[in-house]
Design a protein around this ligand. Structure first.
Ligand SMILES: [Ca+2]
Ligand SMILES: [Ca+2]
Length: 445
């Protein structure tokens, strides 16, 4: 009888543990987030990031009289200026710090040129014969893709590849219009193109003269926005029924629907070489866009990964992710939409963050030792010792030891009776979640 009861109570504990895990939706990595500020106006947005953490985008200038491309590097946002017109936008950056984008060039705000910014100089890449061109993507060889008008002004345009100082018309999937949106280090280009008869626009993959129609998720139109060095492509497509658009990931010759955060719309904007995808999605029905990260088969609302007390109202769009997992986009902070940079913490940073949270919560009184009098103080100190010991094991490279130490610490904060918790208070459950995140990041389970 006693054995049976033990088994039953163990089962309850195990079930409670599983339920807690499900509710927490622990992603495993804690993040820091930076407000990149503006060039003096009230709005900015980040569109691209390289593997050094340099960011490009666009920002209003003082007085909000214009929008200029910016380059953000080591805490400083630099105005890249324009080719002579009013507006410019930075759309992509490679690992050498070369920036691609578009700019007005002839004094007004109706004509555009693709630009390449390199070594402090912004260069007009010209066109395929018409007036306007847009630069959308760049790879580590400095090859640029975008679209250009073929003749005249505000007329037909097609995808171009700019390589070695020469702009080449890539053509189309059979229709009249196309646009290049991304290029990887192998020179594979993605974008969208009208198909024969101009009855629909489809996402495409172009390489060395060969075109692949990536199809759709069942609806009429699709559009690719990015490609990584494994040839995995992301974008958006109308789904079956034709009414709604969903983010897609094209890999292994198939287009996969990434779903949404709960609403009717999603769109993928970027992918890194680990296959992590970022984008935007309605969270309910047809309203309120939130930035998402899709990783390991799961789409996560980036807002659930914000550090507590970050000051951001919400993160609206994620536009790019680099190979370190750093994410850039646009969110609302203090009543203004600003460019953001989210960076995953390493395990040692995560552990320092846990200790800071521990100390600030203890001094604020939201975390206290459990039990009466001196035993409460002793338990609070004992738990901190356990977390510090885990930090020493991480530094020593003993991941298995750190995992065990962190499991012991977690079980003394998890709200479950066995083993008894060492701490209580409103911060205890967040502390438990942070410890569990670190365990996930270390690959403990
Ligand atoms: Ca024009
Ligand atoms: Ca416990």
């Amino acid at each position: 009888m006693e054995r049976l009861l033990q088994k039953v109570s163990l089962a309850i504990v195990v079930m409670a543990f599983i339920c807690l895990g499900a509710v927490e939706q622990s992603y495993g990595i804690d993040y820091t987030i930076a407000d990149l500020g503006t060039l003096g106006g009230t709005h900015s947005a980040a569109n691209g990031i390289n593997n050094s953490g340099q960011v490009v985008g666009e920002s209003h200038i003082p007085g909000n009289t214009a929008v200029h491309a910016f380059l953000y590097s080591r805490g400083v946002m630099t105005d890249l200026g324009t080719l002579g017109g009013i507006f410019s936008h930075g759309t992509g950056i490679n690992d050498s710090g070369q920036v691609v984008g578009r700019s007005n060039f002839n004094g007004d705000d109706t004509d555009w040129r693709a630009f390449l910014y390199s070594g402090g100089v912004m260069t007009d890449l010209g066109t395929l014969g018409g007036m306007d061109s847009f630069g959308n993507g760049i790879n580590n060889s400095g090859q640029v893709v975008g679209w250009s008008e073929l003749s005249g002004d505000d007329t037909d345009y097609q995808a171009f590849l700019y390589s070695g100082g020469v702009m080449t018309d890539l053509g189309t999937l059979g229709g009249t219009l196309s646009s290049g949106t991304g290029i990887n280090d192998l020179g594979q280009v993605v974008g969208w193109s009208y198909i024969t008869g101009d009855t629909a626009g489809h996402a495409f993959l172009y390489y060395a003269g060969g075109w692949t129609d990536l199809g759709t998720l069942g609806g009429t139109h699709s559009e690719a926005t990015g490609i990584n060095n494994s040839g995995e492509v992301v974008g958006e497509s109308f789904i079956t029924g034709g009414e709604h658009r969903h983010a897609f990931l094209y890999s292994g010759g198939e287009m996969h629907d990434l779903g949404t955060l709960g609403g009717t719309f999603s769109r993928a904007n970027g992918i890194n070489n680990s296959g992590q995808v970022v984008g935007e999605s309605f969270i309910t029905g047809g309203g309120t866009v939130h930035a998402f990260l899709y990783s390991g088969g799961v789409m996560t609302d980036l807002n659930t990964l914000l550090p507590s007390g970050s000051g951001w109202d919400y993160l609206m769009i994620a536009n790019a992710i680099n190979d370190q997992g750093q994410i850039v986009g646009e969110g609302l902070i203090n009543g203004e939409f600003h460019a953001f940079l989210m960076s995953p913490m390493t395990p040692p940073q995560q552990l320092d963050n846990i200790l800071s949270f521990f100390d600030s919560s203890a001094s604020a009184g939201t975390l206290a030792g459990s039990g009466p009098g001196n035993s409460a103080k002793g338990r609070l100190k004992a738990l901190k010792n356990m977390i510090e010991a885990a930090g020493q094991l991480i530094s020593a490279g003993d991941t298995a030891g750190a995992c065990q130490q962190l499991l012991d610490a977690y079980q003394r904060t998890d709200g479950l009776p066995r083993p008894p918790d060492f701490v209580a208070g409103e911060a205890a459950s967040e502390l438990a979640a942070m410890i569990q995140d670190l365990r996930t990041n270390l690959g403990c389970d």
